[in-house]
Design a protein around this ligand. Structure first.
Ligand SMILES: Cc1cc2nc3c(=O)[nH]c(=O)nc-3n(C[C@H](O)[C@H](O)[C@H](O)COP(=O)(O)OP(=O)(O)OC[C@H]3O[C@@H](n4cnc5c(N)ncnc54)[C@H](O)[C@@H]3O)c2cc1C
Length: 381
């Protein structure tokens, strides 16, 4: 039986990028994947347009026990390297907001480019990895289609979100068997379930500032039938907190506005004044007081203003892995070299992508992490 130089576990963004580097290093490589086609998450990413990178990527855009872990990989394979790679494949792209890039014609272009770059490296599709062992410096990969051997392995089996695409926690299990710690996994970059709002708000969209601890998120929020969605809510799930504080009018000090209106427009109802700064359904939900503003005491105005500038939610729950774009948590970075992606507990064992306890913000940061960590693992395995 052939002993490969490297076997890559998982044909997603990270595994395929690693394979392309190993291809140029002329290593003998096999990729094993449970799916019938590779890179299924890339294919549906960015609403089908694949937000493939973000020039603002640095450690401050990442979450996990040690976000600074990303620094070395992002320096070795920068967002500009991803952009240049996309250009080298003549893929048409556009910049949706400064530094944030999507494919013009669709995510399929990125999948094709990744597959082009692996050259003649074979992917064993429809092959479920069940265990990995190591003896005499050789890894044995056990699958439902037999066993494979290699001198090094790269674990790039991804996260647990979007289970209908075919996901597993085998990467975590293998890492644990080799002595690595696993940080608890949870859904991230998804909608939030909360009982704080009414069903009538579903479909209303508003620009907000969300406070979570010391962090601030300034983005659009969309009300849903079960709570909140849109970029602001998605990004809020990265913190894994149940308590969040929403400012529905981030550019307005509502108490000052109400006080001013009281002296200048006393006969106007407080509800109408709020209606001028927020979408109608939301203003009615937040303030059902129809009295003239002149008749309302300042301490009551303060309570109304606080509901708009500091709306507290104490029951925010990420909706679930089934619709989360990423899985937070995973293999602890503690015993992984950030410079090579090699395990510090087992020589020849490498990691890349979402399987590691690194989660990027919304905006192309997760694929940039998958590409950068895959590149580094491919360079060193
Ligand atoms: C709907 C959606 C939209 C997204 N949009 C974006 C975006 O626009 N920009 C962005 O940056 N990020 C986006 N992401 C996140 C991004 O796609 C992922 O973070 C990234 O693809 C992870 O790459 P990976 O290679 O680490 O893992 P994956 O792409 O998940 O690849 C892991 C591979 O391992 C295989 N595998 C797992 N277990 C086994 C097993 N037991 N045996 C064999 N094979 C196995 C799987 O089949 C899979 O092919 C999105 C995610 C989703 C779900």
């Amino acid at each position: 039986m052939q002993t490969y130089d490297v076997i890559i576990l998982g044909a997603g963004a990270a595994g395929l990028k690693a394979a392309s580097v190993l291809q140029s290093r002329k290593k003998s490589v096999l990729i094993i994947d449970m799916g019938d086609v590779p890179a299924r998450k890339v294919a549906i990413s960015g609403g089908g347009k694949c937000n493939f990178t973000n020039l603002r990527a640095d450690w401050t855009r990442y979450f996990g026990k040690n976000p600074r872990f990303v620094t070395s990989a992002l320096a070795q394979y920068k967002p500009s390297d991803t952009l240049n790679w996309v250009k080298s494949h003549n893929i048409k792209f556009y910049e949706k907001e400064p530094g944030r890039y999507f494919c013009q014609n669709g995510a399929g272009d990125i999948v094709r480019a990744l597959l082009h770059d692996i050259g003649d490296i074979k992917i064993a599709n429809n092959t479920n990895i069940v265990d990995v062992q190591k003896s005499d410096d050789i890894f044995t990969i056990h699958t439902d289609r037999g066993i494979f051997r290699s001198e090094s392995i790269i674990i790039a089996t991804g996260g647990l979100s979007y289970p209908h695409l075919g996901v597993s926690n085998i990467g975590h299990i293998i890492a644990k068997n080799f002595g690595h710690k696993i940080e608890p996994v949870r859904p991230a970059l998804c909608a939030i379930k909360t009982g704080a709002f009414s069903d009538d708000l579903a479909g209303v969209s508003v620009n907000t500032e969300i406070l979570i601890g010391k962090a601030k998120i300034h983005d659009d929020l969309l009300f849903t039938h079960f709570g909140i969605g849109g970029p602001a809510a998605y990004r809020a799930t990265l913190f894994g907190e149940q308590n969040i504080n929403i400012n529905f009018a981030p550019d307005i000090n509502v108490f000052d506005l109400l006080k001013q209106s009281k002296t200048q427009n006393g006969k106007k109802s407080v509800q109408n004044i709020i209606g001028e700064i927020l979408p109608r359904n939301l203003s009615r939900f937040l303030c059902d007081d129809t009295r003239n503003i002149a008749d309302i005491r300042d301490n009551e105005l303060r309570i109304i203003a606080d509901k708009i500038n500091h709306f507290e939610i104490n029951d925010a729950h990420a909706i679930g892995l089934q619709s989360a774009e990423v899985t937070a948590g995973g293999i602890s970075t503690d015993k992984i070299s950030s410079k090579t992606m090699e395990s510090q507990l087992c020589g020849g064992l490498y990691f890349a992508g979402e399987v590691i306890d690194i989660t990027g913000d919304l905006g192309g940061y997760n694929l940039q992490w998958a590409f950068a960590s895959g590149y580094v693992a491919g360079l060193n395995a």
